[in-house]
Design a protein around this ligand. Structure first.
Ligand code: FRU
Length: 512
């Protein structure tokens, strides 16, 4: 599925322009990876993240911090939890300790408690292991103190990490549950605690489905099926690297039941082994079929029980080589996830969180016949992202294709195409611009898409260095980074391979 052909970098192909996106969070001057400690508290969304405060490659892992009132416009804050001689601060989560179970705050003014992985350094007491530790904030997440009794949960393992903690309330009781990974065993391990400090083992899940790489950054949360509060299912998210469907890093999920002790996947979530002994990756459940949505986890404490996720918009295959400076890599858009019945089965649907005041459409047309000669669409405007919403009946056309962030001479562009014969939606960045910075970057990713009454429904967000595609109301998502050559702002739509398609509706708006 992934094409990794590449050429050596030539000086002429060294990217010089600033690819910094408009709607996606990037750190001003430094490297970032996984989102950590996503939490809503007193009107602000907090995005903590794996940060190297000193450089724009991975290292010196600490928790960086940004805040936002709307999940779209972020303000960078000082480093929240810094590495020291003893430990790097790896991924984890934050809870609002409403009942003051930890004693770090008060019932009136609950502490925010971070549960993170201590990656212990050479010479430290726990050298060579990863274990779970606490830090707390009593000023709404702005400053943090490490707990003196760290680590709070150790297994003597070198690959035990990425704790996601949530409050469980059910027949089994009311307590904190942690999901973490034994990364190299492809296992999610579950623990419970009354006070966030003392943890008791509950159960283990995995390996299951995609297990050809390390399991990282798990998440477990309940969602009502089709919005029905009497029909709640649990979703277990497991990120995997490498071994995702598009190659390298990606996120899979399972739908099932959680009784407070054990996660039991629904049989229809599990994929039997294929001919090679491993399950066919195409049959597993993926959060995203593109190359650049990893370490995705959800916010805690969001009002109205909304479930909102953010992923790292990157892939370990080439993450340290992206041609940007001084910053390197960003987050995906926030996505609201829901559980809906799709072809009779409970599946995630995802919608991007966009600016509330979308700009006036730069294009708004209905019922346009589409043939072989391309329709020119409005250029991507500098300083804004582009939202393209389309309903297309492929009709007799073999292929319907958008060309995005295209150079004016037609030499480069990113192609999003739907093949009516195979029913595959493909995002192709092989000629998107700069790609020779890493042999694994040039690629084309495909996802199976089932039309609704013959209609292809697309929501595409183009933001300078990324294309995120939400198809069929968010049942299928594809996210890819791209690095177009300067001035590549053109967009076109055409039907190919003979025949005609009908564009039932097409709107384009600038977002900022
Ligand atoms: C995932 C990951 C996590 C780890 C962190 C280190 O991208 O490898 O498992 O905690 O990054 O930065």
């Amino acid at each position: 599925m992934t094409d990794t052909t590449s050429r050596p970098a030539s000086p002429a192909e060294t990217a010089t322009q600033d690819f910094r996106p408009v709607l996606h969070y990037t750190a001003e001057k430094t490297w970032l990876n996984d989102p950590n400690g996503l939490v809503w508290y007193q009107g602000l969304y907090h995005l903590f993240y794996q940060s190297n405060p000193f450089a724009n490659v991975w290292g010196n892992m600490s928790w960086g911090h940004a805040t936002s009132a709307d999940l779209v416009h972020w303000t960078e804050q000082p480093v929240a939890i810094a590495c020291d001689e003893e430990e790097d601060i790896f991924s984890g989560s934050i809870v609002v300790d409403h009942g003051n179970t930890s004693g770090f705050g008060t019932v009136e003014h609950p502490a925010l408690v971070a549960i993170y992985t201590s990656a212990f350094k050479k010479g430290s007491a726990y050298e060579g292991t990863q274990a779970q530790s606490l830090a707390f904030s009593t000023d709404g997440g702005m400053t943090w103190s490490k707990y003196q009794g760290n680590p709070v949960l150790a297994r003597g393992s070198a690959h035990f990490r990425d704790p996601k903690v949530f409050r469980f309330e059910g027949a089994a009781g009311s307590y904190w549950v942690m999901v973490a990974v034994e990364a190299q065993h492809q296992q999610v391990v579950l623990y419970r605690s009354a006070n966030l400090k003392d943890w008791e083992y509950l159960s283990t899940f995995g390996p299951s489905n995609a297990a050809g790489g390390e399991w990282e950054c798990p998440d477990l949360f309940p969602l009502p099926l089709d919005g029905n509060p009497d029909s709640v299912k649990w979703v277990l998210v497991v990120n995997i690297n490498p071994g995702a469907v598009a190659g390298g890093s990606g996120g899979q999920y399972f739908v099932g039941e959680f009784d407070g002790v054990r996660f039991t996947p629904d049989p229809d979530s599990l994929v039997p082994a294929g001919a090679g002994g491993a399950p066919d990756l195409e049959n597993c459940l993926w959060l995203d079929w593109g190359r650049d949505y990893y370490a995705a986890v959800s916010f805690s404490n969001v009002p109205g029980n909304r479930r909102i996720m953010i992923g790292w918009m990157n892939n370990w295959d080439y993450a340290n080589s992206l041609p940007t400076s001084p910053w390197r890599s960003g987050m995906s858009l926030a996505r609201e996830v829901q559980l809906a019945t799709v072809d009779g089965l409970p599946r995630l649907v995802q919608r991007p969180v966009l600016p509330v005041n979308a700009g006036k459409p730069t294009l708004d047309v209905e019922n346009v016949e589409l043939g072989d000669s391309p329709i020119q669409l409005p250029d991507a405007e500098p300083g804004s992202a582009q939202l393209i919403e389309a309903e297309i009946v492929p009709g007799t056309a073999g292929t319907v294709a958008f060309r995005l962030l295209a150079a004016s001479d037609g030499s480069t562009g990113t192609v999003l195409s739907f093949d009516a014969g195979t029913s595959l939606l493909t995002l192709d960045r092989q000629s998107s611009g700069y790609s020779s910075f890493h042999t694994k970057f040039a690629s084309a990713e495909s996802a199976p898409v089932k039309l609704d009454d013959g209609v292809l429904t697309l929501r595409i967000v183009v933001d300078r260095c990324s294309v995120e595609v939400f198809a069929q109301g968010g049942r299928v998502v594809l996210t890819d980074l791209v690095f177009p050559v300067a001035g590549s702002v053109g967009a076109q739509l055409r039907a190919a391979d003979g025949g005609t398609a009908l564009v039932r509706k097409l709107t384009i708006a600038a977002l900022s």
